[in-house]
Design a protein around this ligand. Structure first.
Ligand code: NDP
Length: 251
């Protein structure tokens, strides 16, 4: 049995990854505030065990108990692999820095940066004595490498997650049962996040028209296609510990 803990699997890219992982030898443990009826139905049809843990990941206080609870579903010694996909995220707030609302910045960084850090920490702790394949996939973005006007929070959070993954890799070198980590930018995908980007105020995000044009010219990638590539990468030899890549450079 392989176990996949996937954040933000209720819709968008996370749902796309989860749909691709449906298999009777897999157990999907999904974290989001909502859930996906489509995923539940297809899981039943494919005899795959899927469980949703409804949780707001911008609240760091319950992350350790949540992971303790999730790991009750995992039989470590009998598992072939245990995987964590840090996918949940938001682009908001989109604003020039001097216009920041402190609470909104805090909520953003708790969801986009602190939650992946604490989930990864719990994952490493709870799998310490398990010798199967253990991998953390962080969903990154071109925004981790390139500054964008109005995206100070988003760029900072994504850059932070990339660096955190590399720090984990550094610590895991030489461990008897190391956890591997990789950060992957998934391309520009047709999800609610893109809808949010297209509905931002142009004064706060001066590149908005570029994203409107990408949508109108049909250049956004379907979540199912991006999900398929990421799921394939997660299970393949192309998963390179300690690295950050763009899925478009891999497949
Ligand atoms: P969506 O807005 O479509 O989905 C976001 C997911 O995150 C949902 O499942 C949502 O579930 C979950 N989520 C949001 N807030 C919370 C919260 N507070 N607690 C728990 N779960 C939460 O976005 P995408 O699918 O586009 O984004 C997925 C990832 O891909 C993100 O990390 C994003 O940065 C990254 N990405 C996306 C790109 C794109 O073009 N779309 C490009 C590059 C990277 P729910 O609302 O049910 O809680």
């Amino acid at each position: 049995m392989k176990y996949f803990i996937i954040t933000g699997a209720s819709k968008g890219l996370g749902e796309g990854i989860a749909l691709e992982l449906l298999d009777e030898n897999h157990t999907l443990l999904c974290i989001a505030r909502g859930s996906s009826e489509k995923l539940r139905q297809l899981a039943a049809a494919k005899n795959c065990r899927v469980r949703f843990f409804n949780y707001d990941l911008s609240d760091h206080t319950g992350i350790n108990p949540l992971m303790d609870n999730i790991f009750k579903q995992i039989q470590g010694e009998q598992s072939e692999g245990i995987y964590l996909v840090n996918n949940a995220g938001t682009v908001k707030p989109v604003a020039r820095v001097e216009d920041y609302d402190a609470e909104a910045v805090k909520t953003h960084l708790h969801l986009n940066l602190l939650a992946p850090m604490l989930l990864s920490a719990a994952f490493i702790r709870l799998t310490k004595d398990v010798s199967c394949t253990k991998r953390i996939l962080n969903i990154s973005s071109g925004a981790a490498q390139n500054p964008y006007y109005g995206w100070g929070c988003y760029c900072t959070g994504k850059a932070g997650v990339d660096m955190f993954g590399r720090c984990i890799s550094e610590e895991q070198q030489g461990e008897p049962n190391p956890v591997e980590t990789m950060g992957v930018a998934p391309g520009i995908i047709d999800t609610d996040m893109q809808t949010a980007i297209r509905s931002t105020d142009e004064r706060a995000f001066i590149h908005k028209q570029k994203f409107v044009d990408l949508k109108e010219s049909g250049q956004l990638i379907a979540p199912a296609i991006a999900g398929k590539k990421l799921a394939k990468l997660l299970l393949s030899d192309l998963f390179k510990d300690g690295t950050i890549t763009d899925i478009r450079d891999t497949y």
